[in-house]
Design a protein around this ligand. Structure first.
Ligand code: ADP
Ligand code: ADP
Length: 229
């Protein structure tokens, strides 16, 4: 499960301009497809269509063969997990913030998600110890730490499809490398769509699509695309 397809998807926000012009691609279960391209190419619009914030006026998007137009937004949010550019945190404990990924999660599951996301303090793994401390920490988490919380939430949620929308773009190079490692672990074996500005952040993708002005202008692997330049 988790087979995602865009089939000849056309989209415009208004009559003035086409934003996506016949976009087709296939993400087989467990594979990672990256969409790269300049600002304004239509990358974020792809993820908005995937969550049904908007509908294509032509073509369709399917998950496991089912047109998402026939699926409620609520069940799409269950099936699709997103690590956004900027993560919104509650002014509460780190544990509470991670549990937001799946309210029914046990303390052990939260601790394990935190360990996998490499959140400091959880690594030692004393649930009651961290819960008390982190209330005030939540207020001053760095960008990288926030992303780790988003990753831990996603691990708990275990969605069939994962969307990473410029998930490391706001981070410094060193933190970006670390978060990238954690994201690689989460996406391994999971159907994943990565939205990125630069080829260098999507080295491990099974396929890379270059989107420009709403059209896929090139597709290939990281090395293949570089070799063609
Ligand atoms: P990217 O993520 O590649 O930077 P976007 O999908 O955000 O591109 O935007 C693609 C184009 O659609 C841009 O030209 C942008 O200005 C336009 N756009 C985005 N959102 C809206 C909107 N709500 N209404 C009208 N135009 C929009
Ligand atoms: P941009 O890249 O244009 O600044 P955002 O990073 O804010 O846009 O988010 C891209 C899009 O992803 C949003 O417009 C929204 O449709 C969708 N999105 C963001 N966060 C979530 C979420 N938690 N659940 C579902 N969809 C989301």
């Amino acid at each position: 499960e988790g087979h995602l397809r865009f089939e000849d998807v056309w989209f415009r926000y208004d009559e003035k301009r086409e934003i996506l012009k016949g976009v087709s691609f296939d993400v087989p279960p467990g594979k990672t497809v990256a969409v790269v391209g300049p600002s304004g190419a239509g990358k974020s619009t792809l993820s908005r269509l995937l969550f049904r914030f908007y509908e294509p006026y032509r073509g369709r998007i399917t998950v496991d063969g089912q047109d998402i137009a026939a699926v409620t937004q609520a069940s799409l949010r269950d099936a699709i997990g997103m690590v956004p550019q900027d993560t919104v945190l509650f002014n509460d404990t780190l544990g509470y913030n991670i549990r937001y990924g799946r309210w029914g999660a046990s303390e052990a599951e939260i601790a394990e998600a935190a360990r996998l996301a490499q959140i400091d303090g959880f690594v030692a793994g004393v649930p009651d110890g961290y819960a008390a401390q982190v209330g005030e920490r939540g207020l001053k988490l760095s960008g990288g730490e926030k992303q780790r919380v988003a990753i831990a939430r996603t691990i708990l949620k275990a969605p069939a499809i994962l969307v990473l929308d410029e998930a490391t773009s706001a981070l410094d190079t060193f933190t970006e490398r670390e978060i990238q490692d954690a994201l690689d672990r989460v996406s391994r074996g999971r159907t994943t769509v990565v939205i990125a500005h630069r080829l260098s952040t999507v080295v491990n993708a099974d396929e890379i699509l270059v989107l420009d002005k709403g059209v896929i202008v090139e597709r290939g692997t990281h090395d293949g695309l570089l070799g063609r330049r």
